[in-house]
Design a protein around this ligand. Structure first.
Ligand code: NAD
Length: 471
C-alpha cells in the first residue's frame, strides 16, 4: 500500500452528503478527497433513488395521461404503446449525465475523487481498497463519514431484486407485472406504486399505520391523497401488517394481519416491493478500529456540530440522526465544512420540506396538525382547494388543497401542507416563509402572479386570519 500526502478532509461516501461536502471543501481551499465505491458519484439518490424514480414518475404520468386524460382536452390520439426498454433507457440517460456532471463539479473545485472502499485503520488513516485493484492509505486532519443508508430488509423475505424488490429493483423491472404488493405505504411505497399502477399493474399497498405517507404527513392531507390515489386504481390495506412471505410458488405469497388483531389473509402477487424504511449503512467501515459506537438504530452518534466523540471525525446524512432526505444531507454537507473551516454552520431542522412525488404531489414543511395537537400548541387553520384555483381549473388538474397552520396570537406560520398539482415546487415558498418567521398575513399580502397555482397558497394563508377571496 502506498501512503499519499495528508489531506485537510477525507470524506467516506460520495452520495449527496459526501459529494456536496467535497465541493464545498474544495471551494474553501481545503485539500479534500472523496472516497466512493459505487463507481459513480451521487449515492442512492442520484443512482437508484430520487433521480431515476422521478424519470419513471414523470414519464409514467405522461403515458397514463395520454391513455386516460386526452379526450376531454380535445386531443385525439392513435395507438399508444409502452416500450419499457426505452422507458428505462430514458431514465438511465438522465442518471448518467447527472453523475458525470457531479464528477466534473468535484474536479472543477479541486476535490479528489477516489474510486474504492474506505475503512478506518486508526483515527487519522483510511485504507482504500481501490476498485481498480490494489490499496492505498490516506491520512486526514479531518474525516467525514457520509456512508448513507440501505433498505431495511423484511425478515424472512429474501430480496432478489426481481420478484422481491427494494426501491433499487423497483426502478429496473424488465416487464410490467400483472400484480404488485407494496409492503409499507411510506414515500417509496407510494411513488413506486404510482409508477407501476400507471403502467398497468394491479397494485396493493399494505400499511401498518392508519394513514399513508408515514407519520409525518398531516392526517387530513394524507386522507385526501389516499382518496385521489385510490381513484387512480391503487388499493390500500391500512392498519394491516405483513407477517411473513413465501417465495416458493409461481407468485410471492404474503400473509397479512390486521394490525389490531383482525383476521389473517394472504395476498399473491408477481412482484413484492419491500418499502418499510431505510437503515444507516456502516458495514465494513472499521468503526471498531476507532472505538466509535452506534445508537440502538445503528446511527453514528454526533453532537450539534456533527462531531463524533473523536472531534476531528464528523458524520452527516442518512447514517446519522434526522430525516433520511437528500436535501437534508446536502444542507449538512455545506454546514459541516463551514464548521471545520470557520467554526460555524447552519441547518434549521425545523424547516426541512418533504415531498412525495405522486400525482398530485404531496408536500409539507413545519408541523402537522396532529403534531401541534399532541403538544397542546394552539393553532388556527386556513385551507384553500385547488378546485377554486383558476390555473388548476384550466389545467383540468384541480384535485387537492393547501392547508396552512399559524399561531393564533402572533399569526406566525407553524406549518404548510399541500396535496395538489405543483406541490413540490410550491413548498419552497412555504419553506422560505417559515425560515424567515413570516406570518400568514405576510404571505397573503405578497403579490402572487395570476393565474398561477401558487395563488392557492396565498389564499390559504389569507384564510387563516381573514376570508379567502375565491372560495
Ligand atoms: P418510510 O419510513 O417513509 O415508510 C415505511 C412505511 O412502512 C411506514 O409507513 C411503516 O408504518 C410501514 N411498515 C413498516 N413495517 C411494515 C409491515 N411489516 N407491514 C406493513 N407496513 C409496514 O420508509 P420508505 O418509504 O421505505 O422510505 C425510506 C426513506 O427514504 C424515508 O426516510 C423517506 O423519507 C426517504 N425517501 C424520500 C423520498 C422523497 O423525499 N420523495 C422518496 C423516497 C424515499
Amino acid at each position: 500500500a502506498s501512503t499519499s500526502e495528508e489531506k485537510d478532509l477525507i470524506i467516506i461516501g460520495g452520495g449527496v452528503a459526501g459529494y456536496i461536502a467535497a465541493i464545498k471543501a474544495g471551494q474553501e481551499g481545503m485539500k479534500v478527497a472523496c472516497i466512493e465505491k459505487r463507481g459513480t458519484l451521487g449515492g442512492t439518490c442520484l443512482n437508484v433513488g430520487c433521480i431515476p424514480s422521478k424519470s419513471l414518475l414523470n414519464n409514467s404520468h405522461l403515458y397514463h395521461q395520454i391513455l386516460h386524460d386526452t379526450k376531454n382536452r380535445g386531443i385525439e390520439v392513435g395507438e399508444v404503446k409502452l416500450n419499457l426498454q426505452n422507458f428505462m433507457k430514458a431514465k438511465d440517460t438522465s442518471v448518467n449525465s447527472l453523475t458525470k456532471g457531479v464528477e466534473f463539479l468535484l474536479k472543477k473545485n479541486g476535490a479528489e475523487y477516489i474510486k474504492g472502499t474506505g475503512s478506518f485503520i486508526n483515527e487519522n488513516e483510511i485504507k482504500v481498497d481501490l476498485n481498480d485493484g490494489g490499496e492505498s492509505v490516506i491520512r486526514g486532519k479531518n474525516i467525514l463519514i457520509a456512508t448513507g443508508s440501505e433498505a431495511t430488509p423484511f425478515p424472512g423475505l429474501t430480496v432478489d431484486e426481481k420478484r422481491v424488490v427494494t426501491s433499487t429493483g423497483a426502478i429496473a423491472l424488465e416487464k410490467v407485472p400483472e400484480t404488485m404488493t407494496v409492503i409499507g405505504g411510506g414515500i417509496i411505497g407510494l411513488e413506486m406504486a404510482s409508477v407501476w399502477s400507471r403502467l398497468g399493474a394491479k397494485v396493493t399497498v399494505v400499511e401498518f399505520l392508519g394513514q399513508i405517507g408515514g407519520p409525518g404527513m398531516d392526517t387530513e392531507i394524507s386522507k385526501a391523497s389516499q382518496k385521489i390515489l385510490k381513484k387512480q386504481g391503487i388499493e390500500f390495506k391500512l392498519n394491516t401488517k405483513v407477517v411473513s412471505g413465501d417465495t416458493s410458488g409461481d407468485l410471492v405469497k404474503l400473509e397479512i394481519d390486521a394490525a389490531k388483531g383482525g383476521k389473517p389473509e394472504s395476498i399473491d402477487s408477481e412482484v413484492v416491493l419491500v418499502a418499510i424504511g431505510r437503515r444507516p449503512y456502516t458495514q465494513g467501515l472499521g468503526l471498531e478500529n476507532i472505538g466509535l459506537e452506534l445508537d440502538e438504530r445503528g446511527r453514528v452518534i454526533i453532537d450539534s456540530e456533527y462531531r463524533t466523540k473523536i472531534p476531528h471525525i464528523r458524520c452527516i446524512g442518512d447514517v446519522t440522526f434526522g430525516p433520511m432526505l437528500a436535501h437534508k444531507a446536502e444542507e449538512e454537507g455545506v454546514a459541516v465544512v463551514e464548521y471545520i473551516a470557520k467554526g460555524h454552520g447552519h441547518v434549521n431542522y425545523g424547516c426541512i420540506p418533504s415531498v412525495m412525488y405522486t400525482h398530485p404531489e404531496v408536500a409539507w414543511v413545519g408541523q402537522s396538525e396532529q403534531d401541534l395537537k399532541s403538544q397542546n400548541i394552539p393553532y388556527k387553520i386556513g385551507t384553500f382547494p385547488f378546485s377554486a384555483n383558476s390555473r388548476a381549473k384550466t389545467n383540468l388538474d384541480s384535485d387537492g388543497l393547501v392547508k396552512i397552520l399559524a399561531d393564533p396570537e402572533t399569526d406566525r406560520l407553524l406549518g404548510a401542507h399541500i396535496v395538489g398539482p405543483g406541490a413540490g415546487e410550491m413548498i419552497a415558498e412555504a419553506t422560505l416563509a417559515l425560515e424567515y418567521g413570516a406570518s400568514s398575513e405576510d404571505i397573503a399580502r405578497t403579490c402572487h402572479a395570476h393565474p398561477t397555482l401558487a395563488e392557492a397558497f396565498k389564499e390559504a394563508a389569507m384564510a387563516t386570519y381573514a376570508k379567502a377571496l375565491h372560495f
